[in-house]
Design a protein. Structure first.
Length: 133
């Protein structure tokens, strides 16, 4: 039992993971504008991951639900609402009126955001597989 070897192996794996995430996200000069927008701060990145996770699960995403996806400790209600509205304004997220309650707004990612997100996740996945080999 060699604790130094275990810690060295863990450190090497940690460094590979850090390199992987960095080089396929904020360190990627060819990132599409949508992914750069969401990677520009912690809240936006958590929002992106949470929003896409809920969308892929088939959840109906209302305004209140969308802004509640990331814990309040990461951003004020105003900031959360601004990110959602800015995402709509930039065309990354579609806003539609609910068929059930006309006052309620529903949100889905745009086709281009889905494409950009899937390319980013594919890049992370491919990078991980290359590093593991």
């Amino acid at each position: 039992f060699n604790i130094y070897k275990i810690m060295t192996d863990k450190l090497k794996r940690a460094q590979k993971i850090i390199d992987n995430i960095y080089s396929t996200t904020i360190g990627n000069a060819s990132n599409p504008p949508s992914m750069s927008f969401y990677q520009s701060d912690t809240y936006r990145f958590f929002f992106l991951l949470s929003f896409m996770h809920e969308y892929f699960k088939g959840s109906d995403i209302s305004q209140e639900y969308a802004i509640s996806l990331v814990p309040k400790k990461y951003a004020s209600r105003i900031k959360r609402l601004q990110v959602l509205k800015h995402s709509v304004h930039l065309g990354y997220i579609n806003e539609t009126q609910s068929l059930v309650d006309k006052r309620r707004r529903m949100y889905t990612p745009s086709d281009s955001m889905i494409k950009d997100f899937l390319e980013m996740t594919e890049s992370v996945s491919t990078f991980s597989e290359r590093k593991a080999s």
